[in-house]
Design a binder for this molecule. Sequence first.
Ligand SMILES: Cc1cc2nc3c(=O)[nH]c(=O)nc-3n(C[C@H](O)[C@H](O)[C@H](O)COP(=O)(O)OP(=O)(O)OC[C@H]3O[C@@H](n4cnc5c(N)ncnc54)[C@H](O)[C@@H]3O)c2cc1C
Length: 495
Amino acid sequence: MPDDANTARTKMMRDDTSPVGGETPNMTAPLPADVLSHLKAVLGPDGWSQEPARLEPKLVEWRGRWRGETPLLVLPRSTAEVATVVGICHEAGVAITPQGGNTGLVGGQVPHGEILLSTEKLRTVRDIAPMDDVLVVEAGVTLLEAQQAAASVDRLFPLSLAAEGTATVGGNISTNAGGTAVLRYGVMRDLVLGLEAVLPDGRLFDGLKRLRKDNTGYDLKQLLIGAEGTLGVITAASLKLFPVMRSRATAVVGLESPHCAVELLMRAKAETGGGVDAFELMGRQGVANVLKHIPGARDPLPQPYPWIVLIELASGEPGAAEAGMERLLGAALEDGLILDAALAQNAQQAKDFWRVREDQSAGQKPEGAAWKHDVSVPVSKIAAFIEEATAAVERFHPGVRVVAFGHVGDGNVHYDVLQPIGADGPAFGALRDEGSRIVHDIVARYEGSISAEHGLGRMKSAEALTYKSPVQVAMMRAVRDALDPKRIMNPGVLF
Ligand SMILES: Cc1cc2nc3c(=O)[nH]c(=O)nc-3n(C[C@H](O)[C@H](O)[C@H](O)COP(=O)(O)OP(=O)(O)OC[C@H]3O[C@@H](n4cnc5c(N)ncnc54)[C@H](O)[C@@H]3O)c2cc1C
């Protein structure tokens, strides 16, 4: 048995936001030497690596919060090669962690002793079919490349998130990604028509249909969507395309409170007949962080309003989005619902507005330790949730600074609690479990979710057991046991 296999074990970098639930044991045996040599032989010299420099970027999560280990990186070039690899591992009871772009935020893509199966060589755009409004791509195609493929035939693939240049379609599907266009187009689950995947025993799930209607029993592809690599390796997907919008208007609005933001959202949806593409909220603390730490960032409004909303309207009719935005904001100003507004005059200005939103996390990092939460509640309860959670965390730890931002149109708030100015970061980080329990208990009372869009991964799986009912947990385990009785697929993730 090679040394690297023997020593492969879980290692996690602890920091201010170290995951709940502690280390997840690797539940499978180390990689036997004969399996290692078999995998190398079937993949050939270009199909695997053990070179530390090649492995390094795949073993460290992008923020450096998770560091993993693997005895072997496998780089299959086709669905058939994925099936061969998974079949060999299934036989031997050797665990696998699938990885796409390694942009996941809950550590599910970082191996902790498992074989690391990267989809980086599954990069083919298999078909672009404008008449069907369908795009068929392999799992390792990046989200940006999928958007570009759609644009090449004058169509839109609407999923959009800040990591889209690196995140892959396979990763987006496995995490059921959300992003900034969910309000209009839904989450990834809503955008997938068909899937091809290799099941944990190496069999091919050939569900790569492109039908909008297929009412023939269980919708099996939906099991794999959001499964975070626990039910197989997704190798390709057929995705829904949409018409390209002919007008788009982007504005930022200053408001007194999240209550006003939700009221404005209701009006925007009603007045535009569903024409709202994005509706993103940012609190003053988050905007101040961006202005302080991100070079070139500018306050989009002349006054430091307590809350800012970024709204994007889009329409198939030229000029309609701009006209709709002016009507909406003019009336809201007149009624005193909003304090101020600025409409982007060109694409660069729209980009600058988005930058303040997209840099919320980057701007926060230099301010010290934070307890981070990706939660959702019904839209109607967002304002009450922010108020109640803020009062509770301020009681628990006076001086904390709340950075609340996110996709308010979807009821999704990234609710981060920053250490008090000058506080000891590690000591504050050590209180994360207690602090997060306060936030998540309030989320639960509002019938919300402790993971709105990032998934559970290694970070939140243990904690999620507290908030799922025993029946839900039993159903999830039954599905997993049926498809992966040996638990070789991402064993440290989910239940
Ligand atoms: C700056 C930034 C902004 C972000 N913004 C958003 C956002 O707005 N909304 C949002 O939802 N997410 C967001 N994310 C999180 C992340 O981009 C998404 O979770 C994305 O979908 C992950 O894609 P990936 O290819 O990087 O997957 P990875 O990180 O490689 O993997 C994620 C999970 O999917 C599994 N997996 C990956 N590929 C496959 C496959 N082919 N088959 C089976 N399992 C697989 C992995 O095992 C892991 O559990 C953001 C991340 C960053 C860094």
